[in-house]
Write a protein that binds this ligand. Structure first.
Ligand code: FAD
Length: 380
């Protein structure tokens, strides 16, 4: 395969993974990021072995290990009584079973590792303050047009510009998301603010009627990530940076166990994200332009796989180019290799809404029977 000049819209986790994989293969890469400075939004992320394997193949496993917490396992907790069910082990178990660890990370830390790795190969690869507006594609190449009028010519364009993707819009028209009915509260907590049992390196999934809460350790226990999902119909802004208040978050979880109240009160700044759903696209590629990550398969965060899928996509774009002679054929092959898997994850995540928020969880008695049946694991 001859080396290509590849334009990438968006320096999120997916765009940077693609950039790193493509640079390592000797392609020329330019990543256009709308933000004027890097330092991604402060939230947590769970990365399972499918994603940590990719990071290892890309040579950043040591740098990632330095910043990660290793989740020892996962447990379900009941919203009202705090009763705990151990679900499964991760830690050594993930390595034994899949050959790669299960990490919980602070997103800006992982973002920083990928930025450093990209810049170590090409210090000029990431262009900041570059908001992509549109593109013109022809049989011979593609021109990316920025909002400020600058134009960049390349052989291929990858739209990694997230859930509100302009490149998806250019390919397939404006999308029509529908509100899932769920609002996600997000925030990080300095661990020293919490009692010891809320700082353990275990993934916690509190389940209750109409909502659930996730928390886990970040940065080797320095921080704790908090996500609270609640069914609520009056907030439809899908954004990493929309702030809310502690009081509002406490109202959404009124009546939940004291541990949940403690977590909410300890969050530094709560943010809120309206969770939208979209029909998964069945086509991601047209000629010299393709999509990856949330740009083509935004996913409810109920399987913790959205970023994992974006990371897988990024590596797969590079692999298909490596293994396929014709670049346009490579982009179609990438799409064909990924669509079914990504669609399954989108649908599986949506299906978890009912599981986590089931009305059977309302009464303590019904809840115990429900969790025993649904998760089928021993109580601790
Ligand atoms: P993004 O991370 O959104 O990156 C897109 C980038 O493009 C951004 O840098 C943005 O600034 C830039 N951009 C956007 N528009 C333009 C433009 N026009 N021009 C130039 N640049 C542009 N996933 C997991 O795997 N594990 C988890 O535990 C997990 N937890 C989550 C919790 C919550 C509450 C939410 C909302 C999501 C969670 N996810 C999780 C999903 C995950 O965050 C996303 O799937 C992932 O960030 C997608 O990566 P991406 O690179 O496709 O898009």
């Amino acid at each position: 395969m001859t080396k290509q000049k590849i334009l990438i819209a968006g320096a999120g986790l997916g765009g940077l993974t693609a950039a790193l994989a493509l640079l390592r293969d000797g392609h020329q890469v330019q990543v256009f990021e709308q933000a004027s400075r890097l330092g991604e939004v402060g939230a947590g992320l769970q990365l399972s072995a499918n994603a940590t394997r990719v990071l290892s193949l890309l040579g950043v496993d040591e740098a990632v290990r330095e910043i990660a917490s290793v989740a020892a396992g996962k447990q379900v907790r009941l919203w009202s009584t705090g009763q705990t069910w151990k679900l499964f082990d991760l830690g050594k178990q993930s390595v034994a079973e899949y050959g790669h660890p299960y990490y919980t990370l602070y997103r800006p830390d992982l973002h920083g590792v990928l930025v450093d790795a990209v810049r170590a190969i090409d210090p000029e690869a990431i262009v900041l303050g570059a908001k992509c507006a549109s593109f013109d594609a022809s049989e011979s190449g593609v021109t990316l047009v920025l909002e400020d009028g600058r134009r960049f010519r390349g052989d291929l364009l990858v739209g990694a510009d997230g859930v509100h993707s302009r490149i998806r819009q250019g390919l397939f028209g404006a999308d029509a998301p529908s509100f899932s009915g769920c609002l996600a509260w997000r925030g990080v907590i300095p661990a020293e603010r919490l009692p010891a049992h809320l700082r353990e390196p275990v993934g916690n999934n509190w389940v209750g009627p109409g909502g659930h809460v996730i928390h886990y350790a970040l940065r080797r226990g320095e921080l704790v990530n908090f996500v609270g999902i609640v069914e609520r119909g009056d907030w439809t802004v899908e954004s990493w940076t929309a702030a809310g208040t502690t009081e509002e978050c406490l109202r959404d979880f009124a009546g939940w166990h004291d541990d949940v109240q403690t977590l909410i009160r300890s969050v530094q700044q709560p943010y809120k994200w309206a969770l939208m759903v979209r029909e998964p696209l069945q086509q991601w590629t047209q000629g010299r332009v393709t999509l990856l990550g949330d740009a083509c398969h935004p996913t409810l965060p109920f399987l913790a796989q959205g970023a994992c899928m974006a990371i897988e996509d990024g590596a797969m774009v590079a692999r298909c180019l490596r293994e396929t002679g014709d670049p346009q054929h490579a982009l179609r092959r990438y799409q064909d290799a990924r669509v079914e898997r990504a669609t399954r994850i989108v649908q599986g995540s949506a299906a978890n809404t009912k599981r986590f928020h089931n009305p059977a969880l309302a009464s303590a008695e019904g809840a115990v029977a429900y969790v025993d049946r649904e998760w089928n694991e021993a109580r601790v």
